[in-house]
Design a protein around this ligand. Sequence first.
Ligand code: ASP
Length: 441
Amino acid sequence: MKKLALHWKILIGMLLGLVFGFIMLQVSWGPGFVEDWVKWLGTIFIKLLKLIAIPLILASLIKGISDLKDISKFSSIGLRTIVTYVFTTVIAITIGLLLVNVLQPGDGVSEETIAKLTETYAGDSGVQSKIAEATRQKESGPLQFLVDMVPDNAIKSMSENKLMLQVIVFAIFLGISLLLIGEKRAKPMKELFDSLNDVVLKMVDLIMLFAPYAVFSLLANVVVTSGDPDLLYALLKYAGTVVLGLIMMIGFYLTVVGVFVKKNPFWFLKEISPAQLLAFSTSSSAATLPVTMERVEEHIGVDKEVSSFVLPVGATINMDGTSLYQAVAAVFISQALAFDLTFADQLTIVLTALLASIGSAAVPGAGMVMLVIVLESIGFPADRFPIALALIFAVDRPLDMCRTVINVTGDATVSMVVAKTVGKLGDPRVEDWDKHYEEVK
Ligand code: ASP
């Protein structure tokens, strides 16, 4: 296996995991066996990735900012990042809306299927908890997200992965202050974070050695916990519409890389593929973030000054796949339940799906929570939310896996675009995990 490229090893692990999962589904003790004896490997892998996310963000962002020669450069990177993120998200939502209006996947869903889906999922704790979570989020004021971004206790923010945005704010604040104390006095801190950054990137290399086995476990578990195949089949047209949209987004990114960044799109795809495969297997952009950062910095050549800001921010606020899915799902639900949508409603979807994708957490299933808010914005009756979510629940996990790939690819593409515009796209500088192994063996 040594000479095989990492993405092939991961792909083989995934395929074997799928096959193993299907075999396990054929025997009565199979799902229990996977739960007890296979799942742990994937769970540990995700824990390890999450473990290093906060140290990596902290080290690379502080190092990145303190390397800047002046602060105005940072605001210019920040502005370009936000504008590009909004642009790609609007493209994604537009593609989603166009496809769902042309293909009309909701029109073919029979009363019988709706009844069966409602019966199976409307009372499900998964659906109910998503609605409850959306109601909680909705109750806060429009600028609450700004308040939430600012930490009041840095150590507490660092101790919770879902407070990643607070860690980013703290790191930016610290990095800028470091710039302001002058180069001489900043030197020890800069060196410390520089070295910490290298150490954490090495940890990514080491964790990735374990990736092919972990994805086997993750995918086997997805297969044995997936829903009734008949219901999956009934939703094929809807799922197909989402997937087609996501594929078109890949086409869009590759075009941007080729035309705007002027790099070979297939080279980009090859270099970023391990992050994509992990996004697919874990359904979490946050868990994938360390790998995305390592690939973009070392294998693609984006300077740390750009990637250290663009990628962590992107993982939390830029979700092109999620927003595309939300647009398709909202219209699909309206079509299937005969809820009429006006053109103005569709424009409302563009706006709320944009905000919702910013507000969605980078964890499995988060997109569905914010979908409730999109539905509410178009006047969908609240008492029918359980039926609405029940309609799409059966295929949510596989679609979550696919949309997370797009979320991660979008972040990587934007980091290249921003790096290109500020002259920070250099040559790759890959370092194998065992470069210094001989010295310490
Ligand atoms: N799982 C997605 C992510 O982590 C979010 C979602 O669409 O549910 O990027």
